[in-house]
Design a protein around this ligand. Structure first.
Ligand code: NAD
Ligand code: UGA
Length: 435
């Protein structure tokens, strides 16, 4: 069986390599020539644990190939997955479907046989129907079915999530699609993963509902953390106590500087846009979006307060720019709000991140970039932890203290132990834990 994966980004590349692992022949197509050339030369365009080994193994097995030529890739393929970006549209914040429809247009031009087109990208409800209408109009001579197969992987755990998902959701509108998708996902179904077949609109909405629900859970715990700070309770224990209730579950109850990343912020916005179009109020999701945006700015005030109310001219060390650990992705990271705001207030920032600095340099001009975590602490008035990289949790606090001008840590991810930091003489501020 042979398929085409359009888009060699976080979702496309991981999905292509994992389908190859299932024994399927996959041709991964990207319009970015540099990306394809890098992949052909064995270089990964993104940082994702385990990806390089998996890709190299399946290039060697002959089941995974890379090209920018969609026409040749489509020859003999039974399905084409669209895994291109759907960022926020400038102006109104709805999902920008220009890449999806560009890919569809290229398929319509290049295709010479019947095909199943599957959206793996996150697309607003109704997109599958629009794509089906588009193919019916542009290629009435061919049977082109359209299915929605939203992806639920997380960056940093992408391969594990793809290979051991909680469920696979397939939205279909036709008989051929189900049999083909069942065949593609057979190894996972055999391992016990539920395959949920639904209508296309339902599948599309499941994806947005799931992401918005997870964003809600995070925002809820962040507000509870504020209440813990006001009352002397400990958010880590509150979250544990809540999470032990099986109806709530302990995951996604980690407080922090607000959710970021290439998906939650844009998907929450797109869902709200869909709801407004349909005149259906989503009051909870509206509140989540507003609370999360406000939270990122609140982190700035918190840092300023920990620096005695003033950061102008002060050197501040910053650990982490990626939106979470385990990825090089800085899209919609809290750092993109917090760091420019501190710069604006006159702080001199020295920043380190184990994986995200290359991309962050392009988006955050005017910062000093360090080679390692200790360098950021040199002469610093305060050290801010913005991303929960494991290595930041095991820094040598004594060494940091000798390097710093003033021993102040603002740990926005609760990676350090308050007792250990305070025992070494730090003024230690964290999220939702007793002072
Ligand atoms: P990405 O930006 O990392 O990758 C998209 C790739 O598609 C790029 O390499 C780009 O060059 C390529 N591309 C764009 N148009 C193309 C075309 N016409 N032909 C060939 N290639 C083309 O994006 P991503 O993070 O992988 O996200 C892709 C989709 O998956 C989005 O809809 C996103 O919401 C969704 N999603 C992402 C994640 C995640 O963790 N990143 C998880 C689940 C779902
Ligand atoms: C998220 C979802 O978890 C995936 O299921 C989904 O497929 C993906 O979006 C998508 O649609 O693209 P991802 O953005 O990679 O995955 O990362 P998450 O681990 O969900 O983290 C998102 C943000 O929430 C990060 O900023 C993270 O720091 C924050 N977060 C997460 C918390 O603050 N607390 C938590 O308990 C969990």
């Amino acid at each position: 069986m042979r398929i085409v994966m359009i888009g060699a980004g976080y979702v496309g590349l991981v999905s292509a390599a994992c389908f190859a692992e299932f024994g399927i022949e996959v041709v991964c197509v990207d319009k970015d020539r540099h990306r394809i050339e890098a992949l052909r030369a064995g270089r990964m365009p993104i940082f994702e644990p385990g990806l390089e080994d998996l890709v190299k193994r399946h290039v060697a097995s002959g089941r995974l190939g890379f090209t920018f030529n969609l026409k040749s890739a489509l020859q003999g393929a039974m399905a084409a997955f669209i895994a291109v970006g759907t960022p926020s549209r400038r102006g109104d914040g709805h999902a920008d479907l220009s890449h999806v429809f560009a890919a569809a247009g290229e398929i319509a031009t290049a295709l010479s046989h019947p095909l199943l087109v599957v959206t793996k990208s996150t697309v607003p409800v109704g997109t599958g129907r629009r794509l089906a209408a588009f193919f019916a109009e542009t290629r009435p001579d061919l049977k082109i079915e359209v299915a929605a197969n939203p992806e639920f992987l997380r960056e940093g755990a992408a391969i594990e999530d793809f290979m051991r998902p909680d469920r696979i959701v397939c939205g279909i509108d036709g008989s051929g699609a189900q049999a083909l998708l069942e065949a593609l996902y057979r190894p996972l179904a055999q391992a016990g993963t539920p395959l949920l077949f639904t209508g296309r609109e339902t599948a599309e909405l499941i994806k947005y509902a799931a992401n918005s629900y997870l964003a809600t859970k995070i925002t809820f715990i962040n507000e509870m953390a504020d209440l813990c700070e006001a009352t002397g309770a400990d958010i880590e224990v509150v979250a544990k106590g809540m999470g032990l209730d099986g109806r709530i579950g302990g995951r996604f109850l980690k407080p922090g500087p607000g959710y970021g990343g290439s998906c939650f912020p844009k998907d929450v916005q797109a869902l709200l846009h869909t709801a407004r179009e349909q005149s259906v109020p989503l009051r909870i999701v509206e509140a989540v979006e507003a609370a999360n945006a406000a939270r990122k700015l609140k982190m700035v005030s918190r840092i300023v307060a920990a620096c005695d109310g003033k950061v102008r001219g002060k050197r501040i060390g910053v650990l982490g720019v990626t939106f979470k650990s385990g990825t090089d992705d800085v899209r919609d990271s809290p750092s993109l709000v917090v760091l420019p705001a501190l710069q604006e207030l006159g702080a001199k920032l020295c920043v380190f991140d184990p994986a995200g600095m290359e991309e962050a340099r392009k988006r955050l001009p005017g910062l000093t970039w360090a080679q390692n975590a200790y360098e950021t602490a040199q002469d610093a008035t305060a050290l801010v932890i913005l991303t929960e990289w494991e290595a930041f949790g095991s820094l040598d606090l004594d060494q940091l203290k000798t390097l710093m001008h003033t021993p102040v840590i603002i740990d926005l991810r609760n990676v350090l132990s308050p007792a250990a930091a305070r025992a070494r003489g730090f003024a230690y501020h964290s999220i939702g834990r007793p002072k």
